[in-house]
Design a protein around this ligand. Structure first.
Ligand code: NAP
Ligand code: HSE
Length: 428
């Protein structure tokens, strides 16, 4: 017989907040049994109370104080997004002795250290499973289950919107803009989808993952970021010709030269396990010295998958309250590892360009790469159009600084019409 009530205040009642209310209503008996108490949403903060919402029956307010200053709210779930006022509200909740659950990577990628310091000072929990890879329990895995490992790399597809877009462009030949609209309607995209397509959303998540995995502060500015806005149907079609697909990858590695953290599109061989991750699904590879390789796979965005993560956190906080175990799990980022400069990353490259279709042009291109000590893995030339030839070069692995040297020579070359795109290639 459960007779203790634990009240939740939701800051935000949109896609994820609505999902939390729906899953809590549907699975109430099981959730309360697992939590050891009756979990109840006492109120939800919104901007516009007149908006039509799927989940009815939850009291709405436009005043954050109604939640933050209510002594009868025990757990605050921040599901509004953005940095401010979310940061101010989260800090106030912690100072008022309320534990916090958040799905907000924008906030954590910038202010995790401050939030965990204030949580520690006030003996409160901060849980954030929904902030990275939607419903996949990757945060719990890294923070708890893999904690005995020395983790050397975390890599994967951690933005559902861009994976959805690239999948539809690849498999259905659809246009970028139409698929993005669809992803927005399905609740996958951020309120400003630029963050998704420009790679920023994945970069924020990668900063969080790298911080947890390597126990060192990796901030958003430490992550090299390129999005998918320059990927065209032609690149996708050439990639297919080369036996590859294009995915937006997030890669964090601990190397002897420092932590490498980068988000960019990449060509992957069709047989690569990440190449088969389609639609809104995410996948994260983690390599630890004891476990070896492991892979986590699931839905990376959407109301119910994210609610699954948020509610699991809420249940965990409730359990901690019931056992007096709050505030024990900090950010645990006590090392100060250097960040490896982007110019030292090593990759193979796909480069698509247009040149004059004349004698010695190929020889000149080859010389630019040879001077930068880069060797070609393959070259495709398409039939000439109006005196120009479209060429796709694939290089063997080289440093970014070497590639930049070759591209600088190419840009100054009078027979070059255009460099359409350069995309990194991942072999393993
Ligand atoms: P959303 O649909 O835009 O909902 C945001 C909610 O917060 C809305 O209810 C909005 O009120 C409210 N809100 C925003 N700013 C406010 C303010 N200044 N004052 C009062 N209320 C405010 O966003 P979402 O997709 O649910 O995302 C919420 C968070 O979860 C974000 O941090 C996002 O990055 C993260 N997340 C989302 C997903 C996903 O698949 N959508 C997955 C994982 C993580 P109104 O309803 O009145 O506009
Ligand atoms: N916009 C994000 C995505 C939501 O598409 O992955 C989940 O964090």
């Amino acid at each position: 017989m459960i007779n203790q009530n634990i009240n939740i205040g939701l800051l935000g009642f949109g896609t994820v907040g609505g999902g939390v209310a729906a899953v809590l209503a549907k699975n109430a008996a099981a959730i309360n049994a697992r939590a050891g108490c009756n979990l109840r949403i006492k109120a939800a903060l919104v901007r516009d109370p007149a908006k039509i919402r799927g989940a009815a029956g939850t009291p709405l307010t436009t005043e954050a104080a109604d939640i933050l200053r209510d002594d009868d709210v025990h757990i605050v779930a921040e599901l509004m997004g953005g940095v401010e006022p979310a940061r101010t509200y989260v800090l106030e909740a912690l100072r008022r002795k309320k534990s916090v659950v958040t799905a907000n990577k924008d906030l954590l990628a910038l202010h995790a250290e401050e939030i965990f310091r204030v949580a520690g000072e006030n003996g409160q929990d901060v849980y954030f499973e929904g902030a990275v890879a939607g419903g996949i329990p990757i945060i719990a895995a890294i923070r708890a289950s893999l904690t005995a490992n020395d983790i050397s790399s975390v890599m994967g597809i951690i933005n559902g919107t861009t994976n959805y877009i690239l999948t539809a462009m690849t498999e259905q030949g659809r246009e970028f803009a139409a698929v993005l609209r669809e992803a927005q309607e399905l609740g996958y995209a951020e309120s400003d989808p630029t963050a998704d397509v420009a790679g920023l959303d994945a970069a924020r998540k990668l900063a969080i993952l790298a911080t947890l995995a390597f126990h060192t502060q990796v901030s958003l500015t430490d992550v090299y970021v390129e999005g998918i806005t320059d990927i065209t149907a032609s690149d996708i079609s050439y990639a297919r010709e080369l036996g590859c697909v294009i995915k937006l990858l997030a890669i964090a590695r601990k190397t002897e030269e420092g932590v490498e953290a980068r988000v960019h599109p990449a060509l992957l061989p069709e047989r690569h396990p990440l190449a088969t991750v389609r639609d809104v699904f995410n996948a994260v590879y983690v390599v630890g010295d004891a476990l070896g390789e492991s892979m986590f796979y699931g839905r990376g965005a959407g109301a119910l998958p994210t609610a699954s993560a948020v509610l699991s956190d809420i249940i965990q906080v409730a359990r901690n309250r019931n056992t007096g175990g709050q505030g024990r799990l900090g950010l645990d980022a006590d090392r100060r590892l250097p960040i490896k400069p982007a110019r030292d990353y090593r990759s193979s490259y796909y480069i698509r360009l247009k040149v004059k279709d004349e004698p010695r042009v190929f020889a000149s291109l080859a010389s630019f790469f040879a001077e930068a000590d880069i060797s070609f893995a393959s070259i495709i030339q398409k039939p000439r159009q109006g005196g120009n030839a479209e060429i796709v070069l694939m290089t063997h692995p080289c440093r970014e600084s070497q590639l930049e040297q070759a591209l600088t020579s190419m840009r100054a070359y009078s027979k070059l019409d255009k460099i359409y795109n350069k995309i990194r290639v991942l072999h393993d």
